[in-house]
Design a binder for this molecule. Structure first.
Ligand code: 1CP
Length: 355
């Protein structure tokens, strides 16, 4: 690996943490756990520091982004922080007019649908990523031996927001565009891949010990479209950061039929959503890959007995993989009682502790 000389994997001991040991397929003294969307609205301390501050402003204020990233680690004793940011931050920093509308999500002033519009997209200047580098450096310092996981949106999920101009259920427009104007689609997905790769590289160089590529909406694609129009672009992001030598997680939802194609994009770890048991996922993936997942977020509100039984089943199914990082099968719902998350982390640590 070619980590910068002062990278935490070399200078601190995140490399021997249960999280990094497990992500790299080595045994650990307990199963590590983190939760997608562990920072955010489920935490009163988050709501307090975010009061009156728009989402994207919070992401681009380094001390605030660092504080919000560390909050769930402090409270729940999860085994990693997930950098507080958003998949639309790289396009924002490139100069695209995007905002995050409360209760809705990312919305663009002008959707990007034609080759002309794609050719006019600004490139992301490296210096524009400075607030990200600063936030990551502050976070890593605060986290000490607990690893920080960086992330970016995968090209399909990012481009889907750009083509639709906002959140959508079926992602009809990007799926139509792939076939109506494949050249334009490939140009847009390549732009999204470049900016996401730059975003990941900035986080790794500033100290992130692992990264996750979020293809949250990949499940709206059939396998043939995924392979033709998406996989090469996701593979480009993953290979752009391979030389750093930090573990790369690839996650999508609704990917049961896409798992082998997802694996071929080249990540080190596959994140599985809550719909498919980990043992079935492992079978479809050929048996040799580290898995992450996949407690159903719905069970966080189902009462402790049902949650503990479900967690036991997830831990058992995780034994089918060479190593298993425990997570939810998608993000923490904003209505989640945070004390349930704290208890769940403790339960997972206790149930899996060796010796
Ligand atoms: O005002 C607010 O509090 C806005 C809510 C919010 C938050 C807390 C948004 C808007 N983004 C985030 C942070 C965020 N987004 C994180 C870091 C925090 C953590 O995980 O603890 C991460 C990793 C993301 C990534 C993200 N943004 C994804 C991929 C993950 C996933 O949940 O699938 C996606 C799809 C987005 C887009 C987005 N940003 C925000 C919303 C509400 C959405 C989804 C909108 C939709 O349904 O299409």
């Amino acid at each position: 690996a070619h980590l910068p000389a002062n990278h935490p994997l070399k200078t601190a001991n995140t490399g021997e943490s249960a999280m990094i040991r497990t992500l790299t397929g080595r045994p650990a003294d307990h199963a590590p756990v983190w939760f997608m969307r562990q920072a955010g609205r489920s935490l009163p301390e988050y709501r307090e520091v975010r009061e009156g501050i728009p989402m994207l402003d919070a992401c681009l204020t380094p001390a605030l982004a660092a504080e919000i990233t560390v909050q769930p680690v402090r409270r729940h004793k999860v085994d990693a922080g997930i950098f507080f940011s958003d998949i639309v931050i790289p396009m924002k920093l490139a100069g695209v007019n995007v905002d995050i509308v409360p209760g809705r999500g990312p919305v663009l002033d002008a959707p990007v649908r034609t080759m002309e519009e794609i050719k006019n997209l600004p490139e992301l200047e490296d210096s524009a990523l400075d607030p990200i580098r600063e936030a990551v450096a502050l976070t890593v310092k605060e986290l000490g031996s607990t690893p920080l996981i960086g992330f970016a949106g995968a090209p399909f999920t990012v481009a889907a927001y750009m083509v639709e101009g906002g959140p959508s259920r079926d992602h009809l427009r990007p799926r139509t565009m792939m076939h109506a104007d494949p050249e334009a689609w490939d140009a847009l997905a390549a732009w999204a891949a470049r900016t996401s790769a730059q975003f990941l590289a900035a986080q790794i160089e500033a100290g992130a010990s692992a990264v996750q590529l979020f293809d949250s909406w990949a499940g709206s694609l059939g396998e043939a479209d995924y392979r033709r129009f998406v996989q090469p672009h996701s593979a480009a992001v993953l290979s752009a950061v391979e030389h750093y030598g930090v573990p790369r997680i690839h996650f999508g939802t609704g990917t049961a039929e896409l798992l082998p194609a997802l694996l071929e994009a080249g990540a080190d770890v596959i994140g599985v959503d809550y719909r498919l048991p980990l043992s079935v996922a492992q079978e479809r993936l050929g048996g040799g890959i580290v898995l992450q997942g996949n407690i159903d977020p719905a069970l966080l509100a189902s009462g402790w007995e049902a949650l503990a039984a479900h967690t036991d089943a997830v831990l058992e199914q995780g034994r089918s993989a060479p190593a298993h990082v425990v997570n939810l099968g998608h993000g923490v719902p904003p209505t989640t009682d945070p004390t349930v998350l704290t208890a769940l982390v403790d339960y997972i640590h206790t149930q899996t502790r060796k010796g």
